[in-house]
Design a binder for this molecule. Structure first.
Ligand code: OAD
Length: 254
């Protein structure tokens, strides 16, 4: 028989009365949908590359075809994946709270597909892999002509097209970052879910929340640099702990 998850009673009570909650997600929340996390080894054809060697402007300038094809492969994995119970639980959370902000470092769009962002804010800090933009002009492009020699070209200026994601060494969209920092500074509870809490500036968001007096809850099977600063550390997969938490807090169980 499965043992029920131990969830801190105080956290349940805090969430029941909370008006403002923010959550930061990372690759770990999509791991249960079959999307490899950033720091896991890549498989097959791409196993000899590290993401840090492909997700950079320098890599694109050196070999745009290689980078475009790597993203085409990742886009394929993402299109086949489905939101998992962790994504669905976060979509449900926004229904229960007067104010909820979901901040994600993921580019896979699975939060939207789970229904997040309808009633509450959804901030994509690192862009979205399904969107394409011009490398020269930075404008989003919806349609283009495929070519035998990728990447395809921008229909406006002829520049090479690239995915609309933030690469290593690039700045985050400032409006998204500013909104995320404001949400962290103004919430009562801040969740850090499935992120290694290593990559700035997202890694600072839970610290901003903590400094502003929020209760910080970390959900990750492994500990991270954030763990010792978190109010609660729930060392379980997000797809297990989030649905359990929702049903305890809002499911009328007790
Ligand atoms: P990482 O791959 O660094 O970390 C994923 C985290 O998820 C790890 O701490 C795992 O322990 C945890 N994890 C794995 N399975 C989990 C599960 N089922 N439930 C909960 N947690 C689980 O991914 P990120 O922290 O998202 O940036 O990486 C942050 C950024 O670094 C990425 O957005 C990307 C990368 O460089 C850019 O592309 C700019």
């Amino acid at each position: 028989m499965e043992t029920p998850l131990e969830l801190p009673l105080e956290l349940i009570q805090v969430l029941r009365s909370a008006r403002s909650v923010a959550a930061l997600t990372g690759a770990g929340i999509s791991a249960e949908s079959g999307i490899p996390t950033f720091r896991e080894a890549q498989t097959g054809l791409w196993s000899r590359y590290r993401p840090e060697e492909l997700a950079t402007p320098a890599a694109f300038e050196k070999n745009p075809r290689l980078v475009w094809e790597w993203y085409a492969w990742r886009r394929e994995i993402v299109s086949r994946a489905l939101p998992n119970p962790g994504h669905l639980a976060l979509a449900e959370m926004e229904e229960h709270l007067p104010q909820f902000t979901l901040i994600t470092q993921n580019v896979d769009g699975l939060h939207q597909r789970a229904g997040s962002g309808k009633k509450a804010a959804l901030i994509e800090l690192h862009g979205n892999i399904q969107r394409t933009k011009c490398y020269e002009e930075n404008r989003v492009v919806e349609r283009w002509q495929e070519t035998p020699d990728p990447p395809p070209r921008c229909p406006h200026c002829g520049g090479p097209l690239r995915p609309d994601v933030v690469w290593f060494g690039e700045a985050l969209p400032w409006d998204a970052l500013e909104a995320a920092q404001a949400a962290a500074a103004n919430c009562e509870v801040f969740f850090s879910i499935g992120t290694s809490a290593l990559v700035e500036p997202a890694a600072s968001l839970p610290l901003i929340a903590r400094r502003s007096g929020a209760c910080v809850v970390e959900i990750n099977p492994q500990s991270t640099p954030l763990t010792r600063l978190a109010t609660y550390f729930l060392p379980h997969p997000a797809g297990v702990v989030l649905p359990a938490l929702i049903s305890r807090v809002w499911g009328g169980v007790d």
